[in-house]
Design a protein around this ligand. Structure first.
Ligand code: NOJ
Ligand code: CA
Length: 546
């Protein structure tokens, strides 16, 4: 061995290459590396791109205003694509951008083929998609098919009489109830009764959500073909797929309306339409909040991905509490029940729930721990805009209480925070001068810096999106740990739900002999047959091993 190689060897030993201990910072000395940027470029191509992608949900109205009217718009979003690219985002999900009376923040659509004039024009949309694609960022849209706005032309016609050509496009009844068609409930998700009297027609229409959101009647084949055509319209315009809003609720029956067989059949038709366009994808918003399995069909005939909410989206399990059972149960379920080829869509926040900052009760450590779960389990993470800043909640309500989690993005500490030169349509969230992109970029300890590091760690590494995942026995419900591996690399990712420091024994026979912590805190000491994992209270650690 030459002197130079000996020197290199002793350097490796010095950096920690000899033992099974992690000592942070020594990954490249201990493990083989690849050119991750070129690996990332490869993963972005091909039909499996979505399994390796990082998605980012955008509320266009709150992202960037380009014309000073205080309302975010498509041109504004286009101007921020470089920020998203630099953050490591591969795809954006646009909340509804269609014309709307805005009774449910755009989830009440009055024209499926247009753009909300507040946000711009179809030409602005085309420009956004083109600019995103130039940067290898895909664009998916919200597809809201369960209901329209009561201002949609279809409903205007349907409500005009009992005999018009669209009379049966919505769900009508002579009574505020329909024994053969009420899902076994007459209650709406928002408000009281799911039935609203229409004085013109002198009948009641069914609405699962606000009264301004009448449910379409999918028993009518014309509704089926009209809505599939809506999907075709946007696919023809080049969108890369859809997030399908409460798609399980399309069909009603006497007792059930959650993903009943007719709805499943519709979803299979929608999938066929999408499959006519290579590389396009569908992600489901399940109405079953703890089990997404039904949405995934046989793994290739329904959704490419489904949000799997159980580990902390609505209940904050991954943010707080002292027990990881709900997290374990959720991933156990995806591992044992999802059909082969199905992909989990991993979320810790969205426009429907309090922001991660609130779920973590203002404790950065808890937020980072939840993000660590989201980013290291098998699946495709969907970040919600502003999560990367730990955006604080707002206090103004324009539509409903969910506005607290929909406040404008904060780019800097100027009066309009770089969002607008005018008056923002919704007041900024709290502490806007301190927690914004510019301030957080300057602070290596900020949430944005944490997200930049965490997202960089996924870059080009196929193991996160498609590698194997195995839940590790830790001997306590307080510590949740998984082993992620593919042919090239392996990681142990672990979180401690306890307030106290924990040290646990991992007993998997082949965890490897080298460990390097790549994110978070704690220590992993490996030995033959397992290892000792130590994490600080509420902490997490991600360790490269083998
Ligand atoms: C689910 C959406 O995420 C939510 O924001 C909306 O209010 C309902 N669906 C109704 O469309
Ligand atoms: Ca604007």
């Amino acid at each position: 061995m030459s002197r130079a190689s000996l020197g290199l060897l002793s350097l490796l030993v010095f950096l920690g290459g000899c033992g099974g201990d992690d000592d942070g910072g020594s990954e490249s000395a201990k493990f083989p590396e690849k050119d991750w940027a070129s690996e990332a470029a490869k993963l972005q191509e091909g039909p499996d791109w979505y399994r390796h992608a990082l998605f980012y949900e955008v509320f266009v109205r709150s992202y960037q205003d380009s014309n000073g009217d205080g309302i975010g718009d498509l041109a504004g979003l286009t101007s921020k694509l470089d920020y998203l690219k630099e953050l490591g985002i591969d795809a954006i999900w646009l909340m509804p951008i269609f014309p709307t009376p805005f009774k449910d923040s755009g989830y009440d659509i009055s024209d499926y083929r247009g753009v909300n004039p507040d946000y711009g024009t179809l030409a602005d949309f085309d420009a956004l998609v083109a600019a995103a694609h130039e940067r290898k960022i895909r664009v998916i849209m919200d597809l809201v098919l369960n209901h329209t706005s009561n201002q949609h032309a279809w409903f205007t016609e349907s409500r005009s009489s009992k005999t018009n050509p669209k009379a049966d496009w919505y769900v009508w009844s002579d009574t505020p109830s329909a024994p053969d068609n009420g899902c076994g409930t007459d209650s709406a998700v928002f408000g009281d009764s799911a039935w609203q009297l229409d004085p013109t027609r002198n009948q009641f229409y069914f609405h699962r959500f606000y009264p301004e959101q009448p449910d379409l009647n999918y028993e009518n084949p014309e509704v089926v073909s009209a809505t599939l055509d809506v999907a075709r319209f946007w696919l023809d315009k080049g969108v890369d797929g859809f997030r399908c809003d409460v798609i399980g609720l399309l069909y009603e029956s006497a007792t059930e309306c959650d993903l009943i067989p007719k709805t499943q059949a519709y979803i299979r038709e929608l999938r066929k339409v999408v499959d006519e366009y290579p590389g396009r994808v569908l992600v489901a918003e399940p109405s079953n909040l703890t089990d997404a399995t039904g949405y995934l069909g046989n793994g290739s005939d329904m959704f490419h991905m489904a949000f799997h909410f159980g580990y902390g989206y609505f209940w904050g399990f991954s943010f707080g509490g002292h027990d990881a059972s709900a997290i374990t149960d959720t991933f156990q379920k995806s591992l044992s029940q999802f059909p082969p080829g199905a992909q989990d869509a991993l979320v810790i926040g969205s426009h429907d729930v309090p922001r991660a900052y609130s779920a973590a009760q203002g404790d950065d450590t808890r937020h980072r721990r939840a993000a660590a779960i989201q980013l290291s389990m098998k699946g495709t993470p969907f970040l919600y805009y502003g999560e990367e800043l730990a955006l604080r909640p707002g206090s103004e309500k324009v539509v409903d209480l969910r506005d607290y989690a929909r406040t404008p993005m904060l780019w800097n500490a100027d009066p309009g925070h770089g969002f607008t030169t005018g008056k923002p349509w919704l007041a900024f969230g709290q502490e806007a001068d301190a927690f914004n992109v510019t301030a957080e970029d300057a602070d290596p300890a900020s949430m944005l810096s944490f997200y930049r590091d965490a997202l960089a760690l996924r870059r080009g590494r196929a193991v996160w999106g498609t590698g194997e995942m195995e839940l590790l026995e830790t001997g306590t419900k307080r510590v949740f740990a998984v082993y992620r591996s593919d042919d090239f690399m392996a990681y142990v990712s672990a979180v401690n739900m306890s307030e106290e420091a924990e040290s646990v024994e991992l007993t998997r026979p082949d965890l490897g002999s080298r460990a390097a912590r790549v994110l978070g805190e704690g220590k992993l000491a490996l030995r033959s047959g397992g290892g000792t994992l130590s994490l600080p209270g509420q902490g997490f650690g991600i360790f490269r091993v083998k």
